[in-house]
Design a protein. Structure first.
Length: 454
């Protein structure tokens, strides 16, 4: 006998499926809305787990909240947003966990103390040069210099003067004037080499970055050089395998993101500037970023107290040429974000844009100090009436603004512009980031900025 079918479903009325559907409809009708919500919550609660008997277990303490905020960067197009270790998780969260132990005084805790240069007051490194040193030291600590089986170390910086923090009104004159501490541990938790027994086996001070050492030493101090040890396998500490299986750029970006976690006062300052500078209707997918790095980066500059020049700075017409190439590639482009520490170069390029590409909406960092140098030891001397804090806030606002671009014209010879490209690729607001490098460098970091990696 041929089975009858439901008019629209083509399912036999007496089939198990039809019977189940009928019972389900009856249940839905009979329960109240409140009961249904309760049932649904019990079904889909993401952090519930099944016990060995197959029952749901709710009594296991959670290290993190059961629910987290949705990472909707598009809601922050003109307000402050930065990846939070607690919410973002991943490599960034793993770094945070390793750097913030529950007990810094535990016998198993080992430290890597980042020392300042002996003449730290004249250290000319800029914001991103410091960040790169920190990320390299961080990987040294996390892998204990490529021997993670010996356990990891906690990176902590000393409390000497941070040149850009001179005159800090928001905290100590250290990096903590602007940024959150690298760890919840304190210098009082480490073994002090100045007061320790010279024969102590708990302490080792490196004479050079790549010096070998006994991994059982509790407190290891960096040399006072600005350089650092290059870790061969930056993923070995994660439990995820080795470099060959993962992306270098994601580890690099996570270390930089961890370093650049700003203090609340600075977050508020950057937020106010973003609200002033970024239009609410800005579409990152249709935006070019042009972070022009010149002044003391160029060969032959005469800025006292700045680092020596490293680049034959490309003419501004070269920047314009690449902007036009992006427009030919993607006619949907609407915006161009232009920033520079060099006021005259910025103004000249804006004039060129206005003449050559008047239909593009130009977005500037209004109120940018434009101190005319990327070096950090004498920021207060370059712009009359401006404080170090204003210079740092201006610079970081520019970095945050460029996180909202997709296409970039830059010189990777600069760690500043390379950092912008790397962070935009991993944590930026746009997808499919593409970079034109008109002042290339040949190191790994420049390669990441220019091309990303698998």
């Amino acid at each position: 006998m041929e089975a009858k079918t439901s008019p629209n479903r083509g399912t036999p009325n007496n089939s198990p499926r039809a019977s189940s559907l009928t019972q389900f409809r009856m249940i839905v009708v009979s329960v109240t809305c409140a009961t249904l919500v309760s049932v649904v919550n019990n079904i889909i609660m993401p952090n519930d787990r099944l016990s060995s008997s197959g029952n749901r277990s709710h009594d296991t303490p959670q290290k993190y909240p059961k629910t987290s905020k949705k990472l909707t960067k598009d809601q922050h197009i003109n307000t402050f947003w930065w990846p939070s270790p607690e919410e973002y998780g991943g490599i960034l969260g793993k770094i945070h966990d390793f750097q913030n132990p529950s007990d810094c005084s535990a016998a198993s805790a080992k430290f890597f103390v980042w020392r300042s240069k002996s003449d730290n007051e004249n250290d000319t490194r800029g914001l991103t040069a410091w960040a790169h040193a920190a990320s390299s030291h961080m990987l040294h600590a996390l892998t204990d210099a490529d021997q993670p089986e010996a356990g990891h170390r906690i990176l902590i910086n000393d409390d000497k003067l941070f040149p850009m923090a001179k005159g800090c009104e928001h905290g100590p004159e250290t990096r903590e004037c602007y940024f959150e501490p690298l760890t919840n541990c304190k210098l009082s938790d480490v073994d002090d080499y100045e007061t320790a027994d010279p024969k102590s086996t708990k302490i080792k001070i490196l004479s050079k970055p790549d010096e070998e050492y006994d991994r059982s030493v509790r407190t290891l101090y960096t040399s006072d050089s600005i350089w650092f040890r290059k870790v061969k396998d930056m993923y070995s500490w994660t439990g995820l395998g080795f470099n060959s299986q993962h992306s270098t750029i994601h580890m690099t970006a996570a270390c930089l993101a961890y370093y650049f976690r700003v203090k609340p006062w600075l977050r508020k300052e950057i937020d106010e500037r973003l609200r002033r500078n970024i239009p609410l209707d800005l579409n990152p997918q249709r935006t070019i970023g042009v972070p022009i790095r010149r002044s003391d980066k160029c060969h032959g500059h005469a800025l006292e107290g700045s680092a020596s020049g490293e680049l034959e700075c490309p003419p501004l017409e070269e920047y314009l040429k690449k902007v036009k190439e992006f427009l030919a590639f993607d006619p949907r482009i609407e915006n161009v974000i232009v920033t520079s520490e060099d006021k005259s170069a910025c103004e000249e390029f804006l004039e060129i844009l206005n003449k050559e590409l008047p239909s593009l909406r130009v977005i500037q960092n209004i109120g940018d100090v434009q101190q005319g140098t990327g070096s950090g030891s004498k920021l207060e001397a370059y712009t009359e009436g401006s404080s170090n804090a204003e210079v740092v806030a201006s610079a970081l606002t520019s970095l945050h603004m460029h996180m909202r671009a997709r296409y970039f014209v830059l010189t990777s010879k600069s760690t500043w512009t390379s950092t912008i490209a790397v962070m935009a690729r991993v944590y930026g607001f746009a997808s499919e980031v593409i970079v034109f490098d008109i002042g290339p460098n040949k190191n790994t970091f420049a390669h990441l900025a220019r091309r990303g990696c698998a």
